[in-house]
Design a protein around this ligand. Structure first.
Ligand code: GAL
Length: 809
C-alpha cells in the first residue's frame, strides 16, 4: 500500500534523478538479458535462492532459453521418443538488477510468458510462489521486497522439468518464453486490465465496448477520471469515452465499462487484418496516473449448423493447421521471427487458421496472427483430471485448472484472431460422467470472462453420448478424425455447428516415395498393434498414401470438408513436423512425420496438394524426383489449379493428357522409368497455364544457398534462414544427396542452429555442420547488434565453397 500524498512528494523530489523513461507512468521492458543459469542434479536448493549466493561460475545467457534442445538425443531420456528423446531436468536461473531511487514509489511486477514447468520464484530471498503449468503466463508483485538506488536485487527462478514423462510431445525446459518487468503507479489498470468487445458491427458503425479493471494499491481512497480513445490502424482518433469522478477505495479493484461508437469501421478481415488501439488513461486532478494500450480488431463472425463459418458475413471455410509450440531446431525458445516464418509458410500454403494444440501459445503467436490475418482456435488443456502420462498436468488439475483457465482467457480475449476457445483435446473424461461436470464448469468459467466466442473441444469419441457433448455446455461440436462419421453429424448432432478440430495424421518424409502410389499404407494397422514392418531407415511416403489408422488421406478429408457446407473447416494434424511423437516409428526416430512441412521448414509434396486447393497462387507441382533405377515403374503425380488438364512428357514424348478424376485432387501417370526429363504442361481451354520440368540429376557438384530474407535487423534477435541445396553441375537437386555441409560465418551474427528435416537424425541442432537430407539442409543465423553485412559460407569436400551475404540493419 502506498500513500497517495507521499507519492506525489517523493515523485517530485526525485524527478531530477530520473531518466525520461523512469518518469513514464507505466513501463514494460523485456527482462531477458544477462541471466545466470545452472543445470543441477540434486533437488536440494543448496542456497541458490539466497540473494547472496555466489553464482559467478554459472553460465551467463539471455532468455528465452530452452536447455532441453541443447541436450543429447537418447532413447533412455525419460521424456521418451514421444517427448522428443531429449533430456529434462532441473534448472536454476538468477538475475541481478538495480532500480533507480526515483522509482521507489512505483509498483513492479515480473511477468513470465511461460516457463516449462513447475517454476518457483524468489526475489531477494523472499519466496513469491509456484506455477506448475508450463504454458501459462503469470506474474508476481515484486514491490514489497525491492531495493532501490545502489543496492542490488536478485531474482531467482527454479524450473523443475525432472519428473518425466509429463508431455506427449517435446515440451522444452526452462524460461523458454519472454519475461517482462512492468512498473506502474499504485493506481493502475490491473494485469490484462481491459477487455474490448464490439457487440454491434455493421458496415456503417461499430459499437466498441471497453471493460476496465482498475486497481487501487494506495493506502487511501481516491477519485479518478478514466478516459479512453480509440485509434484506427493509421493512427486517427476515431472515438472516445470517459468516466469522471470515480471513487475507488484503498485495496479495491473496480470494473468500469465505457462504450463509444466508431463510424465506417475498417473491419479486421483475413485479407486486410486492420488493427485498432484503445488507449486508456487514468487521471487524478488532471495528472496522468496510468496509460494502457489495448490492440483489438473490429469483426463479427458466426458458425451456422448448415452453412458453416461466416466472417463479417462472408462464408469462409476454416483452412487450418494444428501446430505444436516448438520451433524445430531452435527448440521451444521463443523467437518472434521463427514463429512468423512458420506462419508465413503456412499462409503461403493457403492456410487461414491455426490451432494452438494443445496449450496456450506464446503471446507473439497471437500478435502475429492478428497482424497476418489468421484465425486462431486457442486451446487450454490436453488433459483434465485424468492423466495421459505419469507426471503430466493432471497432478495439478484440482488446485490449478480454474486459475490457469481464467488467466488464459483473460490474457488472450482481446485478440481479433482468436475465434474459438477449446477447453480440451481428446480429454479422457469423454467416456465417463465426470466429463459432464467438468465441461460445464470450464465452459461457465470461459463464458463468465468472454461470451463472444464459441467454446469447443477436440473430441475423439464422435457420438452424442460423449460426456463433453452431452454436457450441453459446448457451442461448437469439435471432433478429431473419424471422417467416416462426419456425413452423419447433421443427424447425430441436429442443429449444432460442426468443425473438424483435427484431421489427417498423414505420415510423410520429405522426398521419399513408396510405389505403388495408389495403395494406402495404414501405419500402424491399428493404434494398439505394434508396428514392425515399416521402411528401412524409418521413412514414410510423401504421396498421399501413408497415414495413421485414426487418420485419413488428404484426398478423403478434403473431399468431405470441401463439399459439405456445414463442415465449417478443418485443422490438419500438423502444419509443421514437431519434435516428439514419431508415429509410426520408435527410436531412432525422434520427431514427427505428420507435417506438411518438415522440421526445417522445407515443404513436403502434400503441401502443394493444399496450395493448389487453398491458395490463390497458380500451382503446378510435379513429383517425384527423376533419379530411379532403369526399368522401375514410377508414379508421376501432379497437383495443379486454374487449369483443366495436364500433359506429361518423358524425354519429349507425350505420356498423355489427364484431368483430375471426380473426387481426386491430382492426376497420375504410371511411367516406365528412363533417365532424362519429365515435363508437365497445365492448360486451361488449350492455353498453357504453367510448365514444369524435372531432370535426372547427375553427381553432387554445387551447394546452392538461398536465404528467406537478405536483410535482417541488427537487434540481437532477428533470424535469417539459409537453405543449402546440393545440386549437380546443371543446378538439378540431387534427390538423395547427404553431403556433410560445414557452415561458417564472419561478422556480427551467429549460426544458432542447423537442421535438415530428417526425423531420425541425432546430430546436435547447435552444430554448425549438417548432412543434407534428400538434398537439403538449413542453417539458422541470428543477428548481432552491429549493423553491417555478414557472409555465410558453406563447404563440403569435393565441391567449391558457396557463400551468401546477409545484411544487418
Ligand atoms: C491425436 C492427438 C494429437 C496427436 C495426434 C497424432 O489423437 O490429439 O495430439 O497425438 O493424435 O496422430
Amino acid at each position: 500500500m502506498r500513500s497517495f500524498v507521499l507519492f506525489f512528494m517523493v515523485a517530485g523530489l526525485f524527478l531530477s534523478a530520473c531518466t525520461h523513461e523512469d518518469k513514464e507512468v507505466r513501463t514494460r521492458n523485456k527482462f531477458t538479458g544477462d541471466w545466470k543459469f545452472a543445470l543441477v542434479d540434486s533437488l536440494d536448493s543448496n542456497g541458490y535462492h539466497h540473494a547472496d549466493f555466489d553464482d559467478s561460475n554459472w553460465r551467463r545467457l539471455d532468455l528465452p532459453h530452452d536447455w532441453s534442445i541443447e541436450g543429447t538425443f537418447n532413447e533412455n531420456n525419460p521424456s521418451g521418443v514421444g517427448g522428443g528423446a531429449l533430456p529434462g531436468g532441473l534448472g536454476w536461473y538468477r538475475k541481478t538488477f538495480s532500480l533507480p531511487e526515483c522509482q521507489s514509489n512505483k509498483m513492479f511486477f515480473i511477468e513470465f510468458d511461460g516457463v516449462y514447468m513447475n517454476s518457483e520464484v524468489w526475489i531477494n530471498g523472499h519466496y513469491l510462489g509456484k506455477r506448475p503449468n508450463g504454458y501459462i503466463s503469470f506474474r508476481y508483485d515484486l514491490t514489497p521486497y525491492l531495493l532501490f538506488g545502489e543496492k542490488e536485487n536478485v531474482i531467482v527462478v527454479k524450473v523443475d522439468n525432472s519428473a518425466q514423462p509429463n508431455s506427449r510431445w517435446y515440451s522444452g525446459s526452462g524460461i523458454y518464453r519472454n519475461v517482462w518487468l512492468t512498473s506502474v503507479n499504485p493506481l493502475h489498470l490491473d494485469q490484462w486490465g481491459t477487455f474490448v468487445t464490439t457487440p454491434e458491427v455493421t458496415q456503417d458503425a461499430a459499437l466498441v465496448h471497453i471493460e476496465h479493471s482498475i486497481r487501487n494499491d494506495f493506502d487511501g481512497d481516491t477519485t479518478f477520471q478514466l478516459l479512453v480513445d480509440i485509434f484506427s490502424a493509421d493512427g486517427q482518433k476515431i472515438g472516445s469515452a470517459r468516466a469522471a469522478d470515480v471513487r475507488i477505495a484503498a485495496g479495491e479493484t473496480k470494473v468500469i465499462d465505457l462504450s463509444t461508437e466508431v463510424s465506417q469501421p475498417e473491419l479486421w478481415t483475413l485479407e486486410n487484418p486492420a488493427m485498432h488501439t484503445a488507449v486508456s488513461r487514468i487521471e487524478t486532478d488532471g495528472t496522468l496516473i496510468d496509460k494502457y494500450e489495448t490492440d483489438f480488431g473490429i469483426r463479427f463472425f458466426h458458425f451456422d449448423h448448415e452453412k458453416g463459418f461466416f466472417l463479417n458475413d462472408q462464408p469462409t471455410k476454416i483452412l487450418g493447421v494444428c501446430m505444436h509450440h516448438d520451433l524445430g531446431a531452435l527448440g521451444a525458445a521463443v523467437n518472434r521471427r521463427a514463429i512468423e516464418r512458420q506462419l508465413e509458410i503456412m499462409k503461403e500454403m493457403g492456410a487461414n487458421a491455426i490451432r494452438t494444440s494443445h496449450n496456450p501459445p506464446a503471446p507473439e503467436l497471437l500478435e502475429l496472427c492478428d497482424e497476418m490475418g489468421l484465425i486462431v482456435m486457442n486451446e487450454t488443456f490436453d488433459m483434465w483430471a485424468k492423466a495421459k502420462s505419469d507426471y503430466d498436468y493432471s497432478l495439478y488439475w484440482d488446485e490449478w485448472h480454474e486459475r490457469d483457465l481464467r488467466d488464459h482467457i483473460r490474457r488472450d480475449r482481446n485478440h481479433p484472431s482468436v475465434m474459438i476457445w477449446s477447453i480440451g483435446n481428446e480429454i479422457l473424461e469423454q467416456w465417463d460422467s465426470t466429463g459432464i461436470r467438468i465441461t460445464k464448469e470450464l465452459a461457465s468459467i470461459v463464458r463468465e470472462l468472454d461470451k463472444t466466442r464459441p467454446i469447443t473441444t477436440g473430441n475423439n469419441g464422435p457420438s452424442p453420448g460423449n460426456s463433453l457433448n452431452k454436457s450441453g455446455a459446448l457451442d461448437l461440436v469439435g471432433f478429431n478424425y473419424h471422417h467416416e462419421d462426419w456425413l452423419d453429424f447433421p443427424n447425430t448432432f441436429p442443429g449444432e455447428p460442426f468443425i473438424a478440430t483435427e484431421t489427417n495424421s498423414s505420415l510423410h518424409s520429405r522426398g521419399h516415395y513408396d510405389m505403388p502410389s495408389d495403395s494406402v499404407r495404414i501405419w500402424p494397422k491399428r493404434w494398439d498393434i505394434p508396428f514392425y514392418d515399416g521402411n528401412p531407415g524409418n521413412s514414410c511416403s510423401a504421396y498421399d498414401n501413408c497415414r495413421a489408422p485414426w487418420g485419413s488421406t488428404h484426398t478423403d478429408t478434403w473431399n468431405l470438408i470441401k463439399n459439405n457446407d456445414y463442415m465449417s473447416g478443418m485443422f490438419i494434424w500438423t502444419g509443421f513436423d514437431y519434435l516428439g511423437e514419431p508415429t509410426p516409428y520408435q527410436w531412432p526416430s525422434r520427431s514427427s512425420y505428420f507435417g506438411m512441412v518438415d522440421l526445417a521448414g522445407f515443404p513436403k509434396d502434400p503441401y502443394f496438394f493444399y496450395k493448389s486447393e487453398w491458395s490463390e497462387d497458380t500451382v503446378l507441382h510435379v513429383f517425384p524426383h527423376w533419379n530411379w533405377e532403369e526399368g522401375q515403374t514410377i508414379d508421376v503425380w501432379a497437383y495443379y489449379n486454374y487449369s483443366d488438364e495436364v500433359e506429361l512428357f518423358l524425354n519429349g514424348e507425350s505420356l498423355g493428357t489427364k484431368s483430375k478424376p471426380e473426387g481426386r485432387f491430382n492426376v497420375m501417370w504410371r511411367v516406365d522409368y528412363q533417365p532424362g526429363t519429365i515435363r508437365a504442361v497445365s492448360r486451361l481451354e488449350g492455353q498453357v497455364v504453367a510448365e514444369k520440368e524435372i531432370h535426372t540429376a547427375g553427381e553432387p557438384a554445387i551447394i546452392s544457398l538461398s536465404v528467406d530474407r537478405q536483410s535482417i535487423d541488427a537487434d540481437g534477435n532477428d533470424l535469417a534462414f539459409v537453405s543449402a541445396l546440393v545440386t549437380d553441375k546443371d543446378g538439378n537437386l540431387v534427390p538423395d544427396a547427404d553431403n556433410l555441409i560445414k557452415f561458417s560465418l564472419d561478422g556480427e551474427a551467429t549460426i544458432v542452429a542447423t537442421d535438415n528435416g530428417d526425423q531420425t537424425s541425432h546430430a546436435s541442432f547447435q552444430a554448425t555442420q549438417r548432412k543434407a537430407f534428400n538434398g537439403k539442409c538449413l542453417a539458422v543465423i541470428k543477428a548481432g547488434r552491429k549493423p553491417g553485412s555478414v557472409m555465410l559460407k558453406a563447404n563440403t569436400s569435393g565441391m567449391p565453397e558457396a557463400g551468401i551475404r546477409i545484411e544487418l540493419k
